[in-house]
Design a binder for this molecule. Structure first.
Ligand SMILES: Nc1ncnc2c1ncn2[C@@H]1O[C@H](COP(=O)(O)OP(=O)(O)OP(=O)(O)O)[C@@H](O)[C@H]1O
Ligand SMILES: [Mg+2]
Length: 295
């Protein structure tokens, strides 16, 4: 709120009182944020295409050469270690470029009728193997209120959303913790929560998490949640986060339940191209603890 105060005076008399004006700036702030987001989206998109194009080819040569070098049998332990650093780092670089490309070109969606439960299971199983191998001290809990959760979606893209939530949760739980994943019905939607017991976020961070290139994780690019935002918008869903520093974070995803009648509308229609502003009911928002996303 913006508060303005002015005195209420009548000529030749002393001050009668004060006039307080309260301006609700919520909507203006939201529009400002959307605008900031759109600006960054456009700039990042252009930059991504150019960077990816220029970097990918030399990177492929580097990776190829290193893998040939690694094949030499009489390498010392130290040399092998150095080569493995080059391999690991070029893989990381390749990952960043892939993310940029997914972000700038990722507008092709293959919608079909999918069950969210096995999609979650795919992600969590993969994650469990990784956590076990890394001895991370992170446990995964499942709280499924339903056995099936059908919706109209691009399954691969939704898995990417789950994966990006999970990766962040792991990064936020450096010293171990619990990732609780739940699925339940919420009115006409399915609600999926990813709750971690990690570092949490302050309100200033939450405000920007879905914007591209905003990162507070060491070595983070700040694209994971921007991709999530883009995917959720294309699904006309909602996504938001609740968190407090030191008290973990909850990322909430809402997707429309599939009813028998809605199947015929888009199912089987193949690739559908959707832009950022293509949907009327889509809203993604990061809101402070205890608040609901606007939708
Ligand atoms: N579970 C979480 N706990 C605490 N902070 C989080 C969590 N998830 C996201 N964040 C905050 O949101 C920021 C943006 O996340 P995002 O996934 O977009 O980028 P990133 O993880 O930093 O980089 P990238 O995903 O591109 O590798 C993070 O840098 C972090 O500050
Ligand atoms: Mg991330």
């Amino acid at each position: 709120f913006r508060v303005m105060v002015s005195t209420l005076t009548v000529p030749n008399r002393e001050t009668l009182g004060y006039v307080y004006t309260f301006d609700d700036l919520t909507e203006i702030r939201r529009l400002e944020r959307d605008l900031r987001m759109q600006d960054r989206l456009a700039a990042v998109g252009r930059l991504a295409a150019a960077i990816a194009h220029e970097i990918r080819n030399p990177l492929t040569s580097i990776a190829g050469s290193v893998s040939m070098l690694s094949a030499i049998t009489d390498l010392s332990k130290e040399h092998r270690q150095l080569l493995s650093i080059v391999t690991r780092e070029s893989e990381r670089l390749n990952g960043i470029i892939t993310d940029f490309l997914a972000y700038s070109r990722g507008k092709q969606y293959q919608f079909s009728r999918v069950d969210l439960v096995p999609l979650l299971e795919d992600t969590l199983t993969l994650l469990e193997h990784r956590l076990l191998a890394e001895k991370s001290g992170i446990r995964i809990e499942r709280h499924y209120a339903v056995r099936e959760a059908w919706t109209l979606a691009d399954g691969d893209k939704i898995k990417q959303v789950f994966w990006n939530f999970s990766e962040n949760a792991i990064r936020a739980m450096r010293n171990g913790g619990t990732l609780s994943v739940s699925v339940e019905a919420a009115g006409d939607d399915w609600q999926i929560n990813f709750a971690d017991t990690g570092s949490g976020m302050n309100p200033q961070t939450i405000e920007k998490i879905f914007e591209p290139l905003q990162s507070e994780f060491e070595g983070g690019t700040g694209l994971g949640l921007a991709i999530v935002y883009q995917i959720v918008q294309a699904h006309e869903g909602k996504v938001w986060a609740r968190s407090k520093p030191g008290q973990g974070s909850v990322f909430v995803l809402r997707l429309r339940c599939m009813t028998a009648g809605s199947a015929s509308k888009t199912a089987g229609s193949g690739a559908i191209s959707l832009g950022h502003s293509g949907s009327s009911r889509s809203t993604a928002a990061a809101v402070a603890m205890g608040e609901r996303a606007h939708g």
